[in-house]
Design a protein around this ligand. Structure first.
Ligand SMILES: Nc1ncnc2c1ncn2[C@@H]1O[C@H](COP(=O)(O)OP(=O)(O)OP(=O)(O)O)[C@@H](O)[C@H]1O
Ligand SMILES: [Mg+2]
Length: 249
């Protein structure tokens, strides 16, 4: 059984078809990347997995259950960091974690979480006084407050400086090493290449590719033998015209 399984998922908002055909599975223990342009449907997909949105058609299964019908079950097992998490600026780091821990049946140990994300020294700091990177590390800790089986991070490193991105990447590796499955939504192809065992590329609501980063690179490799990394592969997948105009001369 896969941890997460989506088959032919569709979801519209009024006349906006956010998801037309999304199909992929996430296995236990892998770091799975969800890639795709702005508006492709990544966050909508994540909300269908978390059970906060109900698909119009298709099937979503998380640990064998349909998420919207098992909200409590899924909340206890899927740690979800929202794309734009906002907390009251005066709320202290430790208070936020204590609060979030009360939402779950079997909460994680707050002291251990602070240690894991490197915020032990910031326990009494108000949220509003944290740097961007510290806020992101706190949002990782908040996603893990319920001792989940899978952690979903939606654009965790967007907006961070290179050092901050590197710190948060190292943190994602630590999270993976604790045995969690990680679903990572990112626009950073370098990050996906480094961290992800497999990726799905979503484009205008459809899954265009599912496989390892190397498979994506191989399947789009230019005949010219020009240097070709994951970002090149991703761009060629989404814009076949590039094959005709770049590097094929
Ligand atoms: N609650 C909503 N109401 C109306 N339209 C929505 C809603 N949520 C998403 N959409 C639309 O659905 C489409 C997919 O949005 P979604 O947020 O899933 O994209 P995304 O891939 O996460 O993009 P980004 O990379 O910019 O975060 C977009 O056209 C968006 O405007
Ligand atoms: Mg999004």
């Amino acid at each position: 059984m896969s941890l997460i399984d989506l088959q032919g998922v569709r979801k519209s908002f009024g006349d906006v078809e956010a998801l037309r055909e999304v199909t992929f599975s996430v296995a236990f223990g892998e770091v799975f990347g969800l890639l795709g342009p702005n508006g492709a449907g990544k966050s909508t997909t994540v909300e269908c997995i978390a059970g906060t949105l109900k698909p119009d058609a298709g099937r979503v299964s998380v640990l064998g259950v349909e998420p919207t019908g098992h909200r409590r079950f899924v909340r206890d097992r899927v740690g979800y960091q929202l794309q734009s998490a906002a907390l009251p600026p005066a709320l202290r780091v430790g208070e936020a974690l204590d609060l979030f821990a009360t939402f779950y049946s079997l909460p994680a140990d707050v002291t251990e979480l602070l240690d894991l994300v490197g915020l032990t020294g910031q326990r009494r700091r108000p949220f509003g006084a944290l740097s961007g990177g510290q806020k992101q590390r706190l949002s990782v800790a908040l996603a893990l407050a319920g001792n989940p089986r899978v952690a979903i991070f939606d654009e965790l490193t967007t907006g961070l400086d290179p050092q901050g991105r590197r710190d948060v990447r190292a943190l994602i590796e630590r999270v993976r090493d604790t045995g969690l499955t990680v679903l990572l939504v990112t626009h950073d192809l370098d990050e996906a290449a480094r961290l992800c065992d497999r990726v799905a590329v979503i484009d205008r609501g459809r899954t265009r590719f599912v496989g390892t980063p190397d498979e994506l690179i191989d399947s789009t490799r230019p005949a010219s033998g020009a240097a070709h990394g994951l970002e090149d592969a991703y761009l060629r997948l989404l814009d076949p015209a590039l094959s005709a105009t770049r590097g094929e001369a």
